[in-house]
Design a protein around this ligand. Structure first.
Ligand code: SF4
Length: 330
């Protein structure tokens, strides 16, 4: 009998390097797609097979296409079958988690992010609770994750996050939070009930950071990450490190080492070229080879510092949809 190709680290890297798939809408009837988080405005699917999961944007112009044969979803490249699997249900933004973007607007203007361009609304507590209730009813909700743009000021945003997290504690699932830090945000978010914390460095190349994240401070983010580790505990603090902004592999290696030495787990995130940002950002989506090489290197470094990804309970290290995640994928 013919062996069905399943997803593995190499195939996942190939899919991630493309980042999108063309799917006829009729195939997705009865499945749920995602439209929150950093890729707000795009619709995606979560494809899973062989114990790996990948998030792909839906794009009519993608070189990858999807067909359905009996109960299998098949991804084709140049009309050849690449991999077979299933489409996972999305609770809120991703599978198994209610991952909610609280303020869909931002006073900052990071050039890779669509949130400032959309200048959306700030969800009320009732709206957030409704999303979580809906996710809970599926019986699939294992965690809650909250992120947010900065609607008015970082301090004001932390206050809003604290109120939401305090209200969501009653669901008795782990809560993760990703935010821009303030002087006392770590303490406040921990006391509110968050168990995992993410402050994003975005890049460890200072020149690129200054160009792409105007108005934010990399030093402050790094200090906040360092100080958060003893508060949240080992393996409970992470940071997104975007790949494809022009940084070298050596910069990634040094950056990952710097972060891991502080006890922070880096999430290497292939850049998504937002249609709303195409004229403002010079970026190249990393190749499959680069993604695999950097993920393997990260695995070795976090291992050296005794960090573990498999104990993560919330956000991207658990979801794994957008990245090659050390230990989970490779
Ligand atoms: S890896 Fe993170 S950003 Fe990507 S879909 Fe999962 S939770 Fe969302």
């Amino acid at each position: 009998m013919k062996q069905m190709p399943k997803l593995n680290a190499n195939l996942k890297a190939e899919l991630l390097a493309t980042g999108s798939v063309d799917v006829d809408a009729s195939l997705l009837t009865g499945t749920s797609t995602s439209s929150a988080g950093p890729g707000t405005g795009l619709k995606s699917i979560f494809f899973t097979s062989g114990g790996h999961r990948v998030r792909l944007d839906l794009n009519k112009n993608s070189p990858l296409t999807m067909i359905k044969e009996n109960n299998d979803f098949i991804i084709l490249k140049d009309d050849k079958e690449l991999v077979r699997g299933e489409i996972e249900p999305v609770l809120a933004h991703c599978p198994e988690q209610a991952y909610i973007t609280l303020s869909e607007r931002c006073i900052y203007d990071c050039k890779f992010c669509s949130v400032p361009k959309l200048q959306g609304r700030i969800k009320t507590l009732d709206e957030v609770v409704n999303i979580v209730e809906h996710a809970k009813k599926t019986g699939l909700m294992k965690a809650i994750a909250i992120t947010s743009g900065v609607a008015e000021s970082p301090e004001d945003e932390i206050e809003r996050l604290v109120a939401v997290i305090s209200a969501l504690k009653r669901y008795n699932v782990p809560i993760g939070v990703a935010a821009y830090p303030t002087i006392n945000s770590t303490k406040l978010l921990k006391e509110a009930g968050a168990v995992e914390l993410k402050y994003n460095v975005e890049t460890m190349n200072r020149d690129i950071f200054d160009k792409v994240c105007k108005g934010l401070s990399l030093n402050f983010i790094l200090d906040s990450l360092r100080d958060a580790v003893p508060v949240f505990g080992k393996n409970r603090v992470s940071t997104n490190f975007i790949i494809g902004l022009g940084e070298t592999d050596e910069c990634v290696r040094e950056g990952v080492e710097h972060l891991a030495k502080m006890g922070v787990i880096p999430v290497l995130r292939p850049i998504t070229l937002q249609p709303l940002r195409k004229d403002e950002l010079e970026a190249t989506r990393p190749s499959a080879e680069r993604l695999l090489k950097l993920a393997l290197m990260t695995r070795e470094i976090i291992d050296k510092y005794g960090l573990r990804v498999d104990v993560s309970q919330t956000m991207c290290l658990t979801c794994t949809g957008c990245d090659i995640t050390p230990y989970r994928d490779i």
